[in-house]
Each structure stands twice: as structure tokens, then as C-alpha cells.
Design a protein around this ligand. Sequence first.
Ligand code: GDP
Ligand code: MG
Length: 697
Amino acid sequence: MNNGLPVITLAGNPNSGKTSIFNSLTGAKQHVANYPGITVEIKEGKAVSGELTAEIIDLPGTYSLTPYSPDEVAARDYLLEQHPDVVIHVVDASNLERNLYLTTQLMELGVPVIIALNMIDIAEDRGIRIDSEGLSKILGIPVLRTVGNRGTGTEELLKKALSIACEKTSWTPIELSYGQASDNALRILEKRIIETGLLMDMVPPGWLALRLLEQDSHTLNRVKRLSSPEGNDILELSADLADRVFREMNDETEGVIADHRYGFVAGVVKRVKSYSTVNRVYISDRIDRFLTNPFLGPVVMVAVLFGLFQFTFFVSSTPIALMEGFFSWLHTFAWSALPEGLLRSLVVSGAIDGVGGVVGFVPLIMFMFFFISILEDTGYMARIAFLMDRIFRKFGLHGNSIVPFIVSGGITGGCAVPGIMAARTLRDPRERIATILSVPFMNCGAKLPVYALLIAAFFSAKEGLILFLLTLISWTFALLSARMLRSTILKGESTSFVLELPPYRLPSLTSLLIHMWERTWLYLRKAGTVILFASVVMWALMTFPILPADHASSLTDNELAQARLSYSIAGRAGRAFESITKPLMGFDWKTDVALIGGFAAKEIVVSTLGTVYSMGEIDSEDSSSLSERLADEEGWNPVVAFALIMFTMLYIPCIATVAVIKRETRSWKWAGFAIVYTTGAAMIVATVAYQIGMLFY
Ligand code: GDP
Ligand code: MG
């Protein structure tokens, strides 16, 4: 069959890449061969290297030469009967342990072997490092690295295989130790085989002894078929010896021998394989025992989030004060530099105050995002997602929804714009949209000044407690909203996407800064564009039409400011809304004007309230004087204030958020729905709060 050409046979586990290497070696010069008695397909081809041509055989995949499947029988019989000159043992480097088992058996057989350490690319991707030189030394076999599907290293492989094949070396089995009991039995058997010369033209006596001791049925049958007296004698002896080993080891010889092969493989692997990430994976595992523990995990999580929250406020307080100082200086400067009139009013009240109120929060937002990036880059955010997954699933969301929730203000002080963008990690469209529609309920940084103002005015004794309550309430509404959406318009199965738990890593500062900056920039851009524009529009709506001069006579400054506002477009709209909002929620027209302004950005609620209550120069952070004023104002009481807080928390997301919802869902439908949905929810909740509150007030 081999027409004098050297024969190179490819052997290895299924899917180790034999056929890929075969194709790369032979190109088009191949065909399917038929061997007598073998039904399994064996491919044959020719390969040329320099002057030399070789016959290449692609054997079916086999895990072991103690065959169980027809493929394995075919592969083994081929090796025993055709005596190839060299076997290229294709080893999947990403699965070294299992593949090397066959190596031990090839070495037992003694056929000249060369190892193609294939799939080396996959192994490297998984952080597996294999010392191929070391492996070659330990086994006494040449080892070459290949990437079969790309043909990398196969030329070398062919050269090496050919040089071995041409030596026509005789088969030299190695002797492994299988434990004392088996070794003794093998010695006895082998001696008898050599004495009788049984099947020695075909296989090495040591190999036959091993097979017989394993009581391998194919080998037993083959000897039986000889029906020679020596053969039968040896069969009897092998059964006897196997029995003896069994009694001694309390295990089948096949198992005992396999165990020792595995032991040998394990020892080899230990010396040649290392993980570039082994420590990280191992340490991560250890850490996760605590951090994802069902009892300890949540405790640590709450502590981490709380600490982060505190620390963010602590480190950002000075920069915020500086920013505020700057904007109040700018305010005063512009006020004195510009002549009295519409322009000054536009620049100071419209542009500077509006944008300043937002930009003042930038340090807080920046630090917040910096710490959130730390959580993400270290891998801890994935653990939080893991811990929250069970809870989130109850609300029809996915553990990964936690990131949008936190970024949007879950720990207070976020922003829904990057929060909604963070929902990109959710793969199920329904879970994603439910998350996107629910996160605007979280307490973003812009709502805080509104809360601060109203809390200072009406609940000053319990500031911290109320803020904490508001955080809980916003979570409750956001989650309930998700549940509701997921059982109505976004109905569907929860996905079972597996949460990935990447190994913990030390984050790189560059990546942290980039993440922080990306998100801060989104926020800043909102301040520079949408909010600037909206502040100017609000200013115009509250300024025009200008109250005719004859109306203005005999009024105090205060009354004049109010009259002007009331006469403006915003004032008229507010008064139109008052007929609905006053009986339902207790909001007067001035509050309505402020809430209309809040569509531009929630901070504007405060600055507008300032203007409306004719305290012109109030900016959104220093609102103590306004809060005193509100506390004394007729028609205001804690119930109204609470209803207003609820309304602010829930109603219409700011323009920037609506824009980002549109962009992320690629549909105006969802953006429009968000507006109606949130405002509807706000009206219902604020009405219920006001009506019930008034019963007890
Ligand atoms: P066989 O069952 O041993 O004949 O394996 P195949 O040659 O059919 O290969 C199984 C799969 O692994 C195929 O999809 C090949 O494209 C792929 N493959 C083979 N060698 C490599 C390799 O070195 N690297 C990678 N990444 N894939 C490989
Ligand atoms: Mg194949």
C-alpha cells in the first residue's frame, strides 16, 4: 500500500486538528482509502517537502488505544497492521491533559512519534503557556507548535516527520510503571510472550502483555482466534494475573493501569504547563468566596457603596465650592459689567445661572463616575450584578441592569444620560428597554438641589433621614416600574444570559480616567448645549411678552416681578395648569412654571422657583433664603412639598435624557412613551401623596 514512500500517519483526539493539518500538508493530493475490514473512513494523501514525497494518512479521532468506538478500533488496527514509519500525534494544546493520555499509549507501542502541539493560538488566548521544549525533553519526543487551520508550523512538522520516517528506526516502547502489582504481572506475562514469540511479528511483547493484562477484549479475541496452545496458555495466565492484581488493588487492571497513565500525564503537565493568569483566577476565586457569599456579600456590597457615596461627597465638596465661587463671581461680574436691560437679564439669569447650576455639579459627577469606573474595572461591579441578579430577576430585569441603575443615581448623584447608555450591556431588548424606561426615576444629581431646597424648608430636622428615604423610594418606583412594564407592554421570558465573573484586576489609571471623562463629557455637553439653550428659552418664556409700563405703576419691586412673570408666556401656561395641579397636588401656578422649566434640566426647578418667588439672584445650590421664603409662603406646607418632591423625582426626564432614550432605542416612540409614562406616574403618585397627606395634615 505504501509504494515504498515513507508513511506518516496523523493520530490524535477528535477535533484536535488532524484533518486541518492533513489538508495543509497534502493540499489537493488526497483521497479516501479503503482498508480491508475497516468501515471507517481513512484519508490518504501525498505531501512533498523538497526532494521527498511522503504518504500521509489521516486517522479517525481516538482518545485511547484501548478502543471503545469503531473509530478507535480502526485507528488502532491501522497502527498495528500498517506499521507507519512515523506518527504525527496532533495534540490540542488547550486541552493538554486529555490529549497526552493517547501519547502515553503511543509511547507504550513504541512507534516513532512526533507531537504537533496544535491549537497553540487558543491555548495562548486562554492564558495557557506550554513549554514545548520541556515537553520534548521529558517525553523524548520532538514537539512542534502548529496552528492547523492556518497552516502555521506544518512545513517544519513535515520536514521533521520525514527525517524521522527516513531513518526507519525500529519501534522502541517505553516502560512506564503501573504500580508494583501490575509491573510484576507484566514482567511475568512479557517473559512468556517472548518465550513463545506470540504475535511478535506484529506488536512489541510489552505492549501485548499490557493489553492482555488490561483484559482488552479485542486483544483477547485476536489471541483466541490463533487457537494455538501457547496462545491459550498465555490467555489463561493473563486472566490469572489480572485476577491477582484485582485482588491486590481492589480494582480492574484496566483502571489501575489507566490511573498510572493519568498520573504520568499529570506529572508531565505540571512541569510544562503554566497559566499566565493562574494567580489571578485563583485569587479571584478566593475573594469571591467572601464577596459573593449570600450573607456576607450583600453586607460588603452595601458597605462598599455607602463608603463610596460618602467618599465621593467628601472629595468633591471643595471643588464644588470652588465652582460655585467661580459662578457667583461670574454672576456678579456680568451683572456689574453689563448695562441694565434685557441683555444683562439674558446673560445673567438665562445663561450664567442656568449653566452654572449644572456645571457646579461637575466635580461630584466626575468623582462619582471615577469610583463607578473603579468598581467596573476591578471586576467588583460584576459581583454586585451577581448579587443583585436574584432580586432584579423578580422585577423582570437582569443583574447587569444594576449598572444603569447605579450610574443613573442609585447611590444618589448620578445622571440618567450615561446610565441609559450603560444599558447597552443588556442583550435582551425587552430587559434593556424596561431598564431604560425605569432609570429616569432614580435620583440623579440634578434632583438633589430640588430636594435640598424643599427639605431645608419643611423637613429641616430630619435631612439625612429624608434623603435616605428618597433614595429608597426612587429604587422602589424604578423597580416597580420595571416589573409593570415587563408584565405588560414588554412582556416576555427572563433571559438566562450567564453573568460573567471576570477575574479581579487592578484597574489601569488611564482606563479609569478615560471612562470617567467619557461620562463626565456627556454631562458637560448637556450643560453646554441643551441646558444653555433651554435656560435661554425659559428665560424668554418668563420674560416675554413684557408687561406694559402702565400696569407697573404703584407696585412694589416684589409685586412688579410677580406681575411681570404672571404676564409672560410661562406665567400664563402655569396659570392654565394651576386649575388642574392645585386641586390634585397642591401646586400653584408658580410651581407649575418651575416644573415646566424642569423639563430643560431638573436643576432649573430651583432656579425658576427662585425667580418666580422674586428672589431673582438665587442660584440652585445656595437656596437657604428661598427655602425660608417658601416655608412662610401661603399655600405651601410639608404635604405640598412632599408631593412636589415626588413629582420632581418621577416626572418627565430632562431633554438630554429624552434625547438619549431616542438615540439608544432608535425610536421616537419610546422617547415619547417615556415622557407620557413618567409624567403620568408622577401625577398619580403626587396626587395620592397630596390627597392622603392632606387628610392627616
Ligand atoms: P480533527 O477532528 O482532529 O480532524 O480536527 P479538524 O481538523 O477537523 O479541526 C477541528 C476544528 O478545529 C476545525 O474547525 C478547525 O478549523 C479547527 N482548528 C484546527 N486546528 C486549529 C488551530 O491550530 N487553531 C485553531 N484556532 N483552530 C484549529
Ligand atoms: Mg478529522
